[in-house]
Design a binder for this molecule. Structure first.
Ligand code: B12
Length: 101
């Protein structure tokens, strides 16, 4: 089996915007690492660009965004569109999938 087949899937993790709440992020990192994922943890106060750059560099399968300080909706504005534009992922919203069915 090649190393590409056995390599654990990478996921990018971080706390978006100006949010500095660090504890939940560390717990998610620990759990995912224990479950066999390769966690690329960007820590706290991460910009949209940093999430996208890390996902491109590591070939990640997912971006996991944490936000608990109440400004997550603003920090994530336009994020989905930028991911769809810059990453080779097939991004469909649940409501679009329902319409297509
Ligand atoms: C500790 C704390 C702080 C510390 C943070 C220290 C640090 N470096 O971590 C300090 C004092 C700095 C702080 C500051 C602020 N805080 Co504060 N803080 C807390 C507090 C008390 C605990 C947070 C915590 O660590 N919880 C424990 C962890 C384990 O839980 P968690 O973070 O929620 O993570 C779990 C889940 O959310 C989930 N999860 C988290 N991320 C992700 C990601 C994914 C992908 C998934 C699947 C799941 C997941 O899984 C985690 C494990 O179970 C909470 C209140 C509370 N009881 O939750 C307020 C709280 C989060 N803070 C709050 C606020 C408002 C602020 C400030 C804006 C206050 C201010 N006016 O200055 C600032 C913001 C600073 C900033 N720039 O981020 C509010 C947020 C309100 C809101 N969302 O509407 C809370 C809820 C307090 C409150 N009731 O008002 N805070």
């Amino acid at each position: 089996m090649s190393s590409a087949q056995t390599a654990p899937p990478a996921v990018v993790l971080g706390v978006i915007g100006a949010d500095c709440h660090a504890v939940g992020n560390k717990i998610i990192d620990n759990v995912l690492t224990r479950e066999g994922f390769r966690v690329v943890n960007l820590g706290v106060m991460v910009s949209q660009d940093e999430f996208i750059d890390a996902a491109i560099e590591t070939g990640a399968k997912a971006i996991l965004v944490s936000s608990i300080y109440g400004h997550g909706e603003i920090d994530c504005l336009g994020f989905r569109g930028r991911i769809a534009e810059l990453l080779p992922w097939n991004i469909t919203r649940p409501q679009d999938q329902r319409k297509a069915a």
